[in-house]
Ligand binder design. Structure first.
Ligand code: ZN
Length: 453
């Protein structure tokens, strides 16, 4: 008889959702991990005959699934959470609140750490995060062991003017924000065994002139990966681009050569029929942000976009990082718009896992629990009352699970969250530093946080 193969980690006796082509479900499953990858998955008795490890996690109370993939986020914007929802659609268009371009690098880092910690706790193992001071985002993601696609926020609009809804473009701002992304790429692309990838991100069609968007395309052609953008996310954006360029935002993106399957466009709310066909034909990725859209009374035409050929993934766009909540909001907003009982639970889960992996070109690396895939696995505490009863398996996850059920997270083969506590960093200081930074920033705008009264 062959001796068992030594591996770095074995999880035993878990309920395993593989999310593979066969939708394999193992009621008593085990996962063997060596280095950053899954070497095997199967019934516990078979895995224990074939593998041995000095680290064995008892998964008896675990429901194991691939980590969630969040395709559009800005961790420093946690600064406006809990305030912006009652004020406006997006901080960048809102006067007299803390603006991203006013955050220092160290303030950005404190907020990025908060955002990354929240994502980790919520079972997100891969995130697209982009904002000003992008090196701070990469640093925060790296410290917490996240798999991350980081980019700067390229624009040439003057943000002080934009807060009052005046669009004033300045070449030097475009140069500086492009350079910031180039510097990020030099410093971080491919770092931490490839866990940190750097892409190119433009803020939007109204905040970039066509000339700058063409430079974004040139940089992205050199860099590879995806191009990230906000598209048709506000009526003001659509009106201004019509006024400035005489075309719609989707037409503009096409004209500058960015409308293709590499584009991940967040929101895609205000697209007319022609534009829905245009983006669908191009096979773009839509980062669906129901958390962001719903408080502003918006709902993206997801059913039509899919029918035309676009691909949908889910994101939280710096609101609550709970992707299970995003699934429910996505399902609910579709049904409010179209009626009926689509999309089903499994589709919502696919948007939050496999579709995101595919949009990022990582479908052969992440998004399933299978041999050879990266060990990005989350474990939910299935003894929680909201995860009972498990009948078809998927419905309970999409309609009842929450970020708070995530007990343990493995990313790239390493345990990053255990018993709901982070491994390798001090959660208390992350939260308290972010609160201190936030209080100081809001105080500049005359808000006296309740913690200080
Ligand atoms: Zn966004």
């Amino acid at each position: 008889m062959n001796r068992p193969q030594s591996v770095d980690l074995i999880v035993t006796d878990a309920m395993v959702y593989c999310f593979d082509d066969e939708n394999t479900f193992l009621p008593d499953g085990a996962i063997a991990v060596a280095g950053s990858r899954i070497v095997d998955v199967g019934p516990t008795d078979e895995i224990l005959k074939a593998y041995q490890s000095s680290t064995v996690l008892d998964g008896q109370h675990f429901l194991a699934m691939p980590g969630l993939v969040n395709t559009h986020n800005h961790t420093p914007l946690t600064i406006t959470r809990g305030m912006i929802e009652d004020l406006s659609f997006a901080p960048i268009y809102t006067k007299s609140i803390p603006q991203g371009h006013l955050l220092s690098a160290s303030e950005t880092l404190a907020l990025a750490r908060l955002g990354m910690y929240e994502l980790l706790k919520a079972g997100c193992t891969t995130v697209v995060d982009f904002y000003r001071h992008p090196k701070m985002l990469a640093q925060a993601a790296d410290e917490m062991g996240m798999r991350a696609v980081i980019t700067g926020r390229i624009h040439d609009v003057d943000l002080d003017e934009l807060a009052s809804r005046n669009w004033v473009h300045r070449n030097e701002i475009g140069d500086a924000t492009l350079q910031e992304t180039c510097d990020l790429i030099d410093a971080w692309h491919g770092k931490s065994d490839g866990r940190i990838r750097c892409d190119v991100g433009a803020h939007g069609t109204d905040t970039c002139t066509p000339g700058l968007l063409r430079r974004v395309r040139e940089l992205a052609e050199k860099q590879g990966g995806n191009v990230h953008i906000h598209l048709a996310h506000a009526k003001g954006e659509v009106n201004y681009v019509h006024e400035r360029d005489g075309i719609s935002p989707a037409c503009l993106v096409e004209e500058v050569g960015l409308l293709n399957e590499r584009l991940i466009a967040a929101h895609c709310v205000f697209l007319d029929e022609e534009d829905r066909k245009r983006v669908g034909r191009a096979g773009i990725g839509v980062a669906h942000a129901p958390h962001q859209n719903a408080p502003a009374g918006n709902s993206a035409p997801i059913r039509d976009l899919i029918a035309e050929g676009a691909h949908v993934s889910l994101c939280t766009d710096s609101r609550s990082a709970d992707m299970f909540e995003a699934m429910r909001l996505a399902g609910g907003s579709w049904r409010m718009k179209n009626g009926g009982y689509e999309p089903k639970a499994k589709t919502l889960l696919d948007w939050a896992i496999g579709n995101g992996a595919r949009q990022l070109g990582m479908q052969n690396e992440i998004g399933r629990i299978a041999k050879g895939y990266k060990a990005d696995i989350i474990f939910l505490d299935r003894l929680m009352p909201n995860l009972t009863p498990i009948v078809d398996g998927y419905g309970i996850l999409a309609y009842s699970a929450s970020a708070g059920n995530v007990d343990t997270v493995i990313i790239d083969g390493r345990i990053r969250l255990r018993d709901k506590r982070p491994v390798g960093f001090d959660a208390h200081s992350v939260v308290s530093e972010a609160q201190t930074v936030s209080e100081k920033l809001w105080a500049r705008y005359g808000y006296n946080p309740v913690t200080r009264s």
